[in-house]
Design a protein around this ligand. Structure first.
Ligand code: SF4
Length: 316
């Protein structure tokens, strides 16, 4: 049992960690495998250079990632190392920032000043601790943690609105800053902040968006996800049910899609294609599915027959 599991087991009823599934390692492995299998490629994900990562973090605070990519490459062509940036004229750095529409000029000033600090105080080698990184000009707790994670694999769990949305939906974590922080921390595998924070951000960015794409994105947490089971996809930043995802409508769509690839399917063969948690006798089992197919039959879209005493569904 991991430390986090042990701690969660010791928590009382009001400990937010009790919202986490018992088998945390399976939850972690599922997310990391999903991320490693396929993810959006950003150049700053391919480097562990703290300077390059800091530049990407500061640029992306106010600018869309697509535009950051071009600016990031050009910035690093011009000032390839922290020494180069520290030796630059501040006016040139600010001019670059303005020329690339990267938002407040102060960020460029602070970045330049931070580079001077790293050269003067750390001989050009970034510190690896979030607390020390936070001492750099313009570097707040979020950026310090991001640099510590992605450059040194030495950060804490990132908690931003995307992560909160995922935790709220997946594990029914109460909408409370402290609860989110505690659960995010307990969930992160110790010492693996680089891959973990990237994977969580990817999950919030391409699967568990405000309108989630649970199946389309192959979300690895469908087995455990509270929202996926209940069909309620509201979240702290999504106060009303996202439009397309009324659960029943979504499930009907899945049935039609699954049946479109077959002449007919026994309900128990169809079930797992509709819900990953399908078990014939379960809450979302044969009876539930029969009801759903009957609805589609009423609408003239599907038919429910018997074959050797077993219910089978097909499209009309
Ligand atoms: S199953 Fe859907 S709602 Fe649940 S975590 Fe995954 S993407 Fe979010």
């Amino acid at each position: 049992m991991s430390d986090a599991d042990a701690t969660a087991d010791q928590g009382g009823d009001d400990d937010p960690r009790t919202h986490l599934p018992a088998d945390l390692d399976a939850v972690r492995d599922a997310l990391v495998s999903w991320y490693e299998d396929d993810h959006r490629s950003f150049p700053w994900r391919e480097t562990t250079d703290a300077y390059e990562i800091l530049v990407s973090e500061v640029m992306s605070q106010q600018t869309q990632l697509g535009r950051v990519e071009t600016a990031w490459h050009e910035f690093l062509d011009r000032w390839p190392t922290v020494h180069d940036l520290a030796a630059a004229e501040r006016g040139d750095v600010v001019g670059f920032w303005t020329g690339h529409s990267l938002g407040y000029n102060n960020r460029a000033r602070y970045l330049h000043e931070a580079a001077e600090q790293v050269v003067a105080e750390y001989d050009g080698s970034f510190p690896a601790e979030p607390d020390e990184l936070e001492e750099l000009m313009g570097v707040g707790p979020y950026t310090a943690n991001a640099v510590a994670s992605f450059a040194f694999d030495n950060g804490n769990a990132v908690v931003d609105t995307n992560v909160e949305r995922v935790l709220y939906r997946a594990f029914d974590v109460p909408d409370d800053d402290e609860a989110f922080a505690v659960v995010a921390g307990a969930l992160m595998p110790a010492g693996e902040s680089r891959v973990w924070n990237n994977a969580m951000m990817e999950l919030g960015g391409v699967a568990c968006e405000k309108t989630p794409s649970c199946d389309e994105a192959g979300c690895p947490w469908r087995t455990w996800c509270h929202a996926y089971e209940s069909g309620d996809f509201t979240a702290p930043d999504v106060p009303t049910q996202p439009e397309f995802e009324g659960s029943r409508r979504q499930m009907r769509g899945r049935v039609v899609k699954a049946l479109s690839n077959h002449d007919e399917l026994a309900l128990d063969a169809l079930g797992p294609k509709v819900r990953v948690d399908y078990t014939p006798e379960g809450e979302h089992g044969r009876e539930w599915l029969r009801d759903l197919v009957a609805d589609l039959a009423d609408d003239g879209l599907a038919a429910l027959d018997e074959r050797d005493g077993e219910p089978v569904a097909r499209l009309r």
